[in-house]
Design a protein around this ligand. Structure first.
Ligand SMILES: Cc1cc2nc3c(=O)[nH]c(=O)nc-3n(C[C@H](O)[C@H](O)[C@H](O)COP(=O)(O)OP(=O)(O)OC[C@H]3O[C@@H](n4cnc5c(N)ncnc54)[C@H](O)[C@@H]3O)c2cc1C
Length: 432
C-alpha cells in the first residue's frame, strides 16, 4: 500500500473539474493551514481557464441567486475568496451596491476567475480526465489512478466535481455538429460560422438557455427567423416566490435525504419549477415584445410553436426538414431550418461515466444508482482506505438545491472537507 502513498505522482486529495463546485473546495484547502502541503490538493480542469459556462456568457444575462451564495460566504463569511472581497479589491464595492440588480453573468465569471488565479497551483488546466482506474493489491482496492492524455496521478481521495452533462434527445444525436448543437456550445458554434450565420433556426426548449439563445440571435442578427419549439405551453416564469425558494436552504437537503424513493420523486416534482424549465420575468417580457413589435411592423422573426413535438427530422439540402405535431389536435406542420440549437437542459447519470471502471466496488441502491452519504461520500464495498465523493452530482439523492445551483456549493465543500479530514489516512505532508 505504501508505494502508492510514496509515488511521485501521488496527490492526497484529487478533484476532477474546477467549475464552481471544485473551486469552492479548492478555497477551503487554501484557507485551512493544515491542508496547505504541496501535494495535499489538486483540481484537474479540462478547460484552459476558470470561467463559468463560457458558451452562455451573453449580454444582458445575470445570476439568479443572491451574491452571498458565492463560493465561500455561507461556509465562512471571513474567507478571502468571497464576492465582497472580489468587489473590494476591484474597487467596486460601493458601485455594486448602487446597481439595483443581480450581478451579471460576466461579473460572476470574472469573480470565479479572480478566485482561481489566487489559488495558483491548486488547479491544473488543460487537463481533461479520461479515466479513473482502480489500483488493486490482493484483490483489495488500495488507490485510484486518475488519467488524462498526458498526465496520470494516484490518489486515495477523489472528488468528482465535473458537473452535469448536456441532455441530448436521441433523435438529434446523429446530426450533432456545426449546425446541430446543445446550447452549452452556443458561442463557440456561433463564432465558428465566421459571420456566415444560418438564417433559419429551430430552438428547442422552454428553459433559460433556450430563451437566452433566442434573445441573443435576434439581438445580434436582424434577419434570422427562429422557430421556438415547446412541448409545453411555452416559456413560463420560473417560480421566484420566497416560500417555494426556501427549498434552497441547506436544511432542505437533510429533509430530502430522509425521504423514500417515491417521496423524493414527488417532492422533486413539487419544487422543480424553482430551478427548471422557467425563465425570468424580464426575459419573458422581452421575447413577447419582440413578437409583438414585429407584428406591428408586419414581420416575423420569432415564431412560438407550443404544445408540440418533433415527429421527424431529415437532412434537406444544406439544412434540415422538420415535421412537428401538435400534441392536442394532432395537426402537423413542416419547416425547413438551417441550424438547430438544443436548449434541452442537463442531466446527471445515476452512475457518473468516470466511475465505470470502479463498478465492482460501488454499492448501488434499488434503482442502480450510487449510495451517497450526507458527507457526499460514495459508498464502496469493503473498502475503508479509498474515498470517492460526488460534489454537485447528487441531485437524485440530495435534492434540487444540491446540484445545478450555487445554493449548496460552499456548504457542500465544507462537508466534504470535514469528511476528508476524518478519513484515517488524512492529512500528511506529501511533499517529496
Ligand atoms: C447558463 C447557465 C446559467 C446558470 N446560472 C445559474 C445561476 O445564476 N445561479 C445558480 O445557482 N445556478 C446557475 N446555473 C446552474 C449551474 O449548474 C451552477 O451554477 C454551477 O455551474 C454548477 O457548478 P459545478 O462546478 O457543479 O458544474 P460546472 O459549472 O458544470 O463545472 C464543471 C467543471 O468541470 C470541468 N470538467 C468536466 N469534465 C471534466 C473532465 N473529464 N476532466 C476535467 N474537468 C472536467 C468543466 O470544464 C467545468 O469547469 C446555471 C447554469 C447554466 C448552464
Amino acid at each position: 500500500m505504501n508505494h502508492i502513498l510514496k509515488a511521485s505522482n501521488y496527490i492526497d486529495t484529487l478533484c476532477v473539474g474546477c467549475g464552481p463546485a471544485g473551486l469552492a473546495l479548492a478555497c477551503i484547502f487554501d484557507e485551512e493551514p493544515t491542508a496547505r502541503g504541496g501535494k495535499a490538493f489538486l483540481a484537474l480542469e479540462k478547460t484552459e481557464a476558470c470561467t463559468w459556462h463560457p458558451n452562455l456568457l451573453l449580454a444582458n444575462t445575470d445570476i439568479n441567486h443572491h451574491v452571498y451564495r458565492d463560493l465561500v460566504t455561507p461556509r465562512n463569511p471571513q474567507s478571502p475568496y468571497s464576492f465582497a472581497m472580489y468587489l473590494k479589491e476591484k474597487n467596486r464595492l460601493f458601485k455594486f451596491g448602487l446597481l439595483g440588480r443581480p450581478a451579471s453573468r460576466f461579473e460572476w465569471s470574472d469573480y470565479m476567475g479572480w478566485v482561481a488565479q489566487k489559488l495558483g497551483n491548486k488547479v491544473q488546466y488543460n487537463s481533461a480526465v479520461t479515466e479513473i482506474v482502480p489500483m488493486l493489491e490482493n484483490g483489495q482496492l488500495v488507490g485510484l489512478c486518475v488519467k488524462g492524455d498526458d498526465f496520470s496521478y494516484t490518489t486515495k481521495k477523489l472528488i468528482l466535481s465535473n458537473g452535469s452533462s448536456p441532455q441530448i434527445p436521441e433523435v438529434y444525436r446523429e446530426y450533432l455538429g456545426s449546425h446541430v448543437f446543445h446550447a452549452c456550445e452556443y458561442l463557440e458554434r456561433l463564432n465558428a460560422f465566421k459571420g456566415n450565420i444560418p438564417k433559419r433556426w429551430l430552438v428547442l426548449g422552454s428553459g433559460q438557455s433556450a430563451g437566452e439563445v433566442i434573445a441573443d440571435l435576434i439581438g445580434k442578427y436582424g434577419d434570422v427567423h427562429i422557430i421556438s419549439l415547446h412541448r409545453s405551453i411555452g416559456f413560463k416564469i420560473a417560480q421566484l416566490g420566497q416560500f417555494p425558494n426556501l427549498v434552497f436552504l441547506p436544511e432542505s437537503i437533510e429533509y430530502f435525504k430522509g425521504l423514500d424513493d417515491q417521496g423524493r420523486d414527488r417532492f422533486f416534482n413539487h419544487v422543480k419549477s424553482t430551478n427548471y424549465s422557467g425563465i425570468d420575468t424580464d426575459e419573458s417580457q422581452h421575447l413577447y415584445s419582440v413578437i409583438y413589435e414585429d407584428e406591428v411592423i408586419g414581420r416575423e422573426r420569432l415564431k412560438m410553436v407550443v404544445n408540440t413535438e418533433l415527429l421527424s427530422l431529415m437532412p434537406s439540402g444544406q439544412g434540415y426538414h422538420v415535421t412537428l405535431r401538435d400534441s392536442f389536435t394532432g395537426a402537423q406542420s413542416d419547416y425547413d431550418v438551417d441550424a438547430i440549437a438544443l436548449g434541452t437542459g442537463y442531466q446527471q447519470p445515476i452512475v457518473p461515466a468516470l466511475l465505470i471502471q470502479l463498478d465492482d466496488f460501488l454499492v448501488k441502491d434499488a434503482e442502480g444508482g450510487l449510495v451517497v452519504g450526507s458527507d457526499y461520500k460514495v459508498k464502496l464495498h469493503g473498502c475503508d482506505d479509498v474515498h470517492v465523493y460526488v460534489n454537485g452530482l447528487s441531485e437524485r439523492t440530495h435534492g434540487i438545491s444540491d446540484a445545478q445551483s450555487f445554493s449548496a456549493v460552499a456548504f457542500r465543500a465544507g462537508a466534504i472537507y470535514k469528511s476528508i479530514q476524518a478519513c484515517s489516512n488524512a492529512p500528511i505532508d506529501y511533499a517529496i
